[in-house]
Write a protein that binds this ligand. Sequence first.
Ligand code: ADP
Length: 557
Amino acid sequence: QQLEMTDLAIAGRATLKPIVEIASAAGIDEDDLELYGKYKAKVDVFRKKAGEANQGKIVLVTAMSPTPAGEGKSTTTVGLGDALALEGQRVVIALREPSLGPIFGIKGGAAGGGYAQVLPMEDINMHFTGDFHAITSAHNLLAALMDNHIHQGNALNIDPRRIQFRRVMDMNDRALRDVVIGLGGPTEGVPRESGFDITVASEVMAIFCLATSIDDLRERLSKITVAYTYDRKPVTAGDLNAQGSMTMLLKDALKPNLVQTIQGTPAFVHGGPFANIAHGCNSILATNTAREYADIVVTEAGFGADLGAEKFMNIKSRFGGLGPDAAVVVATIRALKMHGGVPKTELGQANAQAIRNGFANLKRHIGNIRKFGIEPIVALNRFTSDTDEELAIVEELVRAEGAEVAIANMWAEGGEGGRDLARKVIQAVEKPSNFHHLYDLDLSIEDKIATIVKEIYGGSGVEFSAAAKKRLEEINDNGWSNMPVCMAKTQYSFSDDAAKLGAPTDFTISIRDLQVRTGAGFIVAITGAIMTMPGLPKEPAALRMDVGDDGKAIGLF
Ligand code: ADP
């Protein structure tokens, strides 16, 4: 095994097939492809005539609460797709597009790892087909139109102190969290406080991922609440007449991107909201397009199942009219040890007791998936440092919970390493799905949040700040309380305190603020100290990156 090789080196040695071949093998008409070079294509889903649409089953890949390095959900999603293909299934993978923030921070890319990657990984991780650029531009166009409207006389009576729409960029840049704009005198705009969020937290990103057609996209964009008037009435993008130009900027981006895995399995990589500060799932258009060409679609929701999976089940599935037929929960020995109290520097050492203690975290995630009517399968993502004894402990603990478990070795072996997992997944999707949402939309926003906190996080209650209480009043007064809730919470803990590992109990969740996303169609609840613009760590991964004489990336993990 060439386990010393980096993801980048493994990707560099893979032989890619022309994307037209991948498409044709999947049954995608060449006329529907828009090529971006030889190995990437957009599929023009708007050109295609509506036919008798196939509805492939959906396998949702999620995880236990992760370590900062990630537990291998993308790796498992890609590898499971490859393994299902080896088992003779017609399979298409659907993943999110990576953000530049984590790439240059600590976490690295999001194109899978080892022998379970989507290619071309350099492109996918950087710029790709320009979707993030388009989303960032459409978002900032609306911000520019709004500030210009105020500058040009403010016919809509926007109160500059009550503007909620900020600007975005795809970078971890804490210096832009809070800024003052419009300085310089009467010709330079109206001075006010504002700030930047990372693009993956943008409402335009969320809309992009939830839209089901161009019309739906335009309609949702027009419903974005940007600000309030002096008499506290909401002002929308539609009031500014911004929806047409924003839709125009997004029209090509909205077509799902087709690429391939190292093994040649087709994969859509499209849209990329984070799961801690946004809803964490690839686009509905990509998932639904994948379903048309596959009997099984493997898709991922970000971070732990308390975040991405909860939002997949309560937000994406509602708007997309889809639900998972099976769920895979990725676990690793290192995360179990971390939740069992082992410091980050000692995760490589054998420690059976810590694994048993840390299992509390995985156990709660298993129980949570069952609350949606889905029987989870645990994929134990194998690292070279894991011993057979350690893996056996986890298998025994999972089986004691009555759940299926498979050792997943796709990072080292590609699809071959996931045969057992694939067979268990095939069995699971053959059973009828009892999927249901966790809460009804008729519940108040407070009750929806309380349901998530109690049922999914295991907390005892919710505290609203004074600011959040004011927001609640606004939400009720404007008739917005029937929307689902998108929790913004740390991914490291079930609680809103990143340091509370394992399966904490008796904690309350503090709601610092509520943000109204009338275009996306949800209310964001900001908990604890979570930031919608991340910062870089002391030693950013960017410091190790360069380009070689061959024009290829170096140090892209
Ligand atoms: P997630 O999607 O859960 O955030 P990724 O699949 O992106 O996690 O994996 C995070 C990092 O961990 C990647 O760099 C990947 O190569 C690495 N990784 C994943 N699985 C393994 C494994 N079994 N052994 C070693 N490294 C792994």
